[in-house]
Design a protein around this ligand. Structure first.
Ligand code: SF4
Length: 483
């Protein structure tokens, strides 16, 4: 859908496109012929800003809002942007009759708004209600939000010198069609050994950094890609190199996402390295869907991987599934949920399909279930997780998610993954190693985050690994911010 925006504040146009996407899916901003034109006006009246929009084209309508101007340049900018977005949101809601479940929320994590309101002294309940009122959240999503923040409040809070360590293994045995991550196919495997050797160098440098700054590892997470796409000897080498980090972490997780990369030997290596948490990600039990999305395993492979993981003694096993895969309906999704339930995971992550431009999936657009169907699937996921005794403990949203919904992590009480929460809430610094890793230094009391990125491509990473380590050292030298 092509959208033309006429306004005096072009700086807001990108966010306005995001708002329009809530109603129309993929939206392109244009200055020429368009499917829809949104003409904005603004004026100050009695100390308030009056913002109006008139829609013409595929839908027609108008809406006006009154909003406070605010004090201070930053606050004024924030309130202005919010008001313009809400003006378009309500105009489109009236014109289309569509009520997005997360209301006008785009570009910010829902939990972040609740935490900000709580920091201003509101109770959890009041903070959720305020978020609902400001952004027009549905009652159901408001309850989910409240439950997630309540679950997070029960988890161990990070200490001032805590850091998380992330190690990326950017290789997979084949590429899923919905994938938008940095991941290369293993191919002939020639890059694996040099990559692990480079990782070992970066790990050693990070261990020195941790010791020098007196940091404490809160969560260790090896993700990707698929760490178990490494051969058993190389997996052993990588985990041995990281042994010191794993030993002092409060929790340690390795993603074994693709069931076709898991075998008893690799699980034994992971467990022997002191890792207690693992993720086995079947996405669906339906073999035809698995083939369609480019995964070279079956539901049966996932069952076998789960049985092996239990036998190996893992105490925190997560399973990922996706609502909204091509050709699937609520009955098929329900079948997958029943099947997952039979395997008794400790954590369940229910994603809703996100079709990014960088993935291959928008070619299947016509085969994708509609938003209402995906919303029903997400509800089924919620009920199934409840039925297994789990509760939601983190959630996040992305652009172009089916039904404008969310991804939700559920866990049995006591089995929550701290790393997932830390990543979503940005309240712990992260040392990220490997190609594409993005380290971040967080100063929670200043709401300040500074990032240092590793190069994305594998060969560049191998060649420049010492420089990647040095970027982290430089990031942790930025004591001027620490106060
Ligand atoms: S397993 Fe994950 S990282 Fe690998 S191709 Fe599939 S979605 Fe991408």
């Amino acid at each position: 859908m092509d959208l033309r925006i006429l306004s005096d504040t072009p700086a807001h146009h990108k966010e306005l496109v995001d708002v329009a996407s809530l109603f129309f899916g993929r939206v392109n901003l244009t200055e020429d012929d368009s499917d829809l034109t949104a003409r904005f006006t603004e004026r100050l009246e009695g100390g308030a800003r009056v913002c109006g929009v008139v829609l013409s084209g595929c839908v027609a309508g108008a809406h006006t809002t009154r909003g406070e101007v605010g004090a201070g340049a930053l606050e004024q900018k924030r309130l202005h942007k919010r008001q313009v977005k809400l003006t378009l949101y309500y105009a489109l809601k009236q014109a289309t009759g569509i009520a997005p479940p997360w209301g006008a929320l785009t570009g910010i994590r829902p939990t972040r708004l609740v935490y900000e309101a709580m920091a201003r002294g509101l109770s959890l309940e009041a903070a959720c209600l305020e978020t609902r009122r400001l952004f027009d959240l549905s009652a159901e999503k408001t309850r989910l939000l409240e439950e997630v923040v309540r679950a997070q409040a029960a988890l161990p809070a990070p200490a001032p010198r805590d850091v998380d360590v992330y190690i990326g293994i950017p290789f997979c045995v084949s590429r899923c069609r919905y994938c938008s991550f940095i991941s290369a196919e293993v191919g002939d495997g020639a890059a694996l050994a040099p990559y692990v050797a480079a990782l070992a160098r970066e790990i050693a440098a990070v261990e020195r950094l941790i010791a020098e700054h007196g940091l404490s590892v809160r969560a260790f997470y090896m993700g990707g890609g698929t760490p178990t796409a490494l051969t058993a000897p190389l997996l052993h080498e990588a985990l041995s190199a990281a042994g010191g980090l794993i030993a002092c972490a409060r929790e340690a997780t390795v993603e074994a996402g693709r069931p076709d990369t898991i075998d008893a030997e690799k699980l034994r290596i992971i467990r022997a390295a002191g890792v207690g948490r693992i993720s086995v990600n079947p996405q669906t039990m339906h073999d035809a869907t698995l083939a369609l999305i480019g995964r070279a395993h079956t539901g049966r492979d996932a069952e076998e991987a789960m049985a092996l993981a239990r036998a190996a003694g893992f105490h925190g096993i997560n399973m990922d599934m996706i609502a909204g895969l091509p050709g699937e309906d609520a009955t098929m999704f329900s079948d997958t949920l029943a099947w997952v339930r039979g395997m008794r995971p400790d954590n369940l992550t229910v994603h809703t399909l996100c079709v990014k431009r960088s993935s291959d999936m928008h070619r299947w657009q016509d085969a994708l279930p509609d938003g209402a169907a995906v919303s029903h699937m997400a509800d089924l996921g919620f009920d199934a997780a409840r039925g297994m005794g789990m509760r939601p403990y983190y959630l996040y949203r992305q652009k172009h998610m089916a039904g404008n919904l969310e991804n939700v992590g559920y866990a049995l009480p006591g089995s929550e993954c701290l790393y997932n929460v830390d990543t979503m809430e940005d309240h712990v610094s992260v040392l990220a190693l490997g190609a594409g890793g993005i380290s971040k230094r967080v100063w929670p009391d200043r709401a300040l985050i500074v990032r240092a990125a590793n190069v994305k491509d594998v060969s560049g990473y191998i060649e420049r690994v010492d420089e990647m380590a040095e970027r982290k050292v430089a990031l942790w030298r930025q004591d001027a911010f620490a106060g």
